[in-house]
Design a protein around this ligand. Structure first.
Ligand SMILES: [Zn+2]
Ligand SMILES: [Zn+2]
Length: 77
């Protein structure tokens, strides 16, 4: 059993995620997303899909990248 590092829940079906060599423990995808998913630089929503990278910034979709001034952007899914 392990404690979720986001909400502190002690859950017997917890999950472990390794990101950039660091191990994280969560009780749910919701908490994992909260802790690890990067926010869209335009609408601030959590990027849980492929996302779009433009000019070193992450966006949730091509539309947000375009709204933030990036041109020639297409979804890379
Ligand atoms: Zn949690
Ligand atoms: Zn967005």
């Amino acid at each position: 059993m392990a404690k979720c590092e986001v909400c502190g829940n002690d859950y017997d079906k917890s999950m472990e995620v390794t990101m950039a060599g660091k191990r994280h423990t969560f009780d749910s995808f919701e908490c994992a997303i909260h802790a690890l998913a990067p926010p869209c630089q335009h609408c601030q929503c959590r990027i849980i899909g492929h996302g779009v990278e433009a000019g070193g910034k992450m966006f949730c979709c091509a539309n947000c990248a375009r709204n933030a001034g990036a041109t020639e952007i297409r979804d890379r899914a």
